[in-house]
Design a protein around this ligand. Structure first.
Ligand SMILES: [Zn+2]
Length: 68
């Protein structure tokens, strides 16, 4: 699996987590600390699934990419 750094930060309420890939291909995952612990874990899993599936290179519509 690629290099991933997971950080827990304060994000707007509607965002569970986001993944940002830097220019060297390193993934930075940001998880919203406002979520419950359980929801934070689910958000980590969700973002890691995107990375595993290479969704960032996918040309599929977001609604499809997000449907898991
Ligand atoms: Zn997602």
């Amino acid at each position: 699996m690629e290099d991933v750094c997971i950080r827990f930060i304060d994000l707007p309420c509607r965002i569970n987590g986001i993944t940002v890939q830097d220019e060297s291909g390193f993934y930075n995952v940001y998880i919203n600390v406002r979520l419950s612990l359980e929801a934070q874990r689910a958000a980590v899993k969700h973002e890691l699934t995107h990375i595993k599936r290479n969704d960032f290179y996918s040309l599929e519509p977001l609604s499809k990419v997000e449907s898991f």
